[in-house]
Design a protein around this ligand. Structure first.
Ligand code: CA
Length: 377
């Protein structure tokens, strides 16, 4: 079997209601999907995290190394692509492009063997996963203490067991929102914080101390991803577990985080950090360092499906009679093609999502949706 075709699909959809977070604001959703077709007629799908057109440019730059290669030799292809681009490509777009290709190759492998990806990876460790709701983005003109808390209540009513609150916008308002959110969801359910690296270490430590009594599961991206020294200060200076890693890449990026003890929880994005192959390696490394692994998920249903296949095989850290299970990040903010690209949506039921058991990623892609949401040239 050989790779016969490589296609990138850049999708784009305007939002009805633009939204913001600590460091940016968006009016659209975009994504780069990767389609690999074999000479035997199998099709594999992947997705890249990050800016869609640059992602597509990177994937297309891999073309001459992919066409005619054996799609079942996914690890050989990974190493070949990585090594060819290593000198300028250890992080960022090159690895996001590689991630989309790797996920598509896993989808082909699963379809070829008639098995879900997680089975070929030696699982499942679990057949369903608890989801937490990501959202609480900021609208242009309204009081977040009103609409954010209303959204938090809606997520709880939908059955989610936890919600992640966007902060990093205004220090005192952030603290008021955290306290109001905890009051709205009650003492039992999970509350997480995500600053999208908008604080410095001094602010992050002060905030963590101010809300230390609010039973927060983790404090995500308190500081910029390059600055592991600040991460260590935040980890040492306040009591909330520190999470991060959605802007980090490959085993070599994460070994620095592990050995410097910069984070309590790592959150590699399967569509950015190197794909399913690399993220399984990172997850195994995390167990060796005693660090929790909860993937970052942000994208279409293909990204969601890839994360679910990985979540099926994330090891327990530590193993025990009643182990702590990893969680699925389930973005609930507006995304016109998140579910539309799938013929059957990946939805939650009372806050739980079943891990698909069909071949490969366990999903079918709706080609009408690809045409409908194709970005204009
Ligand atoms: Ca985040």
């Amino acid at each position: 079997m050989r790779i016969a075709e490589l296609h990138t699909h850049v999708l784009e959809a305007p939002l009805q209601q633009p939204f913001g977070w600590s460091v940016d604001r968006t009016t659209v959703r975009k994504s780069c999907l990767v389609e690999i077709v074999t000479d035997t007629g199998l099709t594999g799908w992947g997705e890249c995290f990050g800016p869609a057109r640059p992602n597509a440019a990177v994937v297309n730059a891999f073309r001459h190394l992919l066409i005619d290669a054996d799609p079942l030799a996914g690890d050989v292809i990974w190493q070949n692509l990585y090594n060819r681009f290593r000198d300028q490509g250890q992080k960022g777009l090159v690895i996001s492009g590689l991630s989309g290709v790797d996920i598509a190759l896993w989808d082909i492998r699963g379809k070829h063997f008639g098995a879900p990806v997680h089975q070929l990876m030696g699982g499942p460790m679990r057949t369903k996963v608890q989801a937490y709701a990501t959202g609480t983005y900021r609208l242009d003109d309204a009081d977040p203490l009103d609409y954010v808390i209303r959204e938090v209540r809606e997520r709880m009513a939908e059955g989610f067991h936890g919600v992640k609150l966007k902060i990093g916008i205004d220090f005192e308002e952030d603290i008021a929102l955290i306290k109001a959110a905890r009051q709205a969801i009650g003492p039992e359910r999970r509350l997480m914080l995500d600053a999208n690296h908008a604080y410095d270490a001094t602010e992050a430590i002060a905030l963590g101390r101010r809300v230390a009594d609010q039973n927060i599961d983790w404090f995500e991206e308190p500081v910029v991803p390059e600055d592991l020294a600040s991460y260590r200060e935040v980890k040492a200076g306040q009591p909330i577990p520190v999470a991060g890693g959605e802007c980090d890449y490959t085993r070599w990026g994460f070994i620095n985080i592990f050995t410097s003890r910069a984070m309590d929880i790592i959150q590699p994005d399967t569509c950015a950090a190197g794909g399913l192959s690399e993220c399984k390696k990172i997850a195994d490394m995390a167990t060796a360092f005693g660090i929790r692994y909860i993937p970052h998920v942000w994208g279409s249903g293909i990204a969601l499906a890839a994360a679910l296949q990985l979540l099926a095989v994330v090891p327990h850290t530590p193993a025990r009679l009643r182990p702590r299970e990893p969680l699925l990040e389930f973005d609930r903010s507006e995304h016109p093609f998140r579910q539309a690209v799938l013929t059957e949506p990946l939805e939650h039921k009372d806050g739980w999502v079943d891990i698909p058991t069909g071949p490969g990623l366990g999903i079918e892609v709706d080609r009408d949706a690809l045409r409908r949401f194709a970005a204009a040239d």
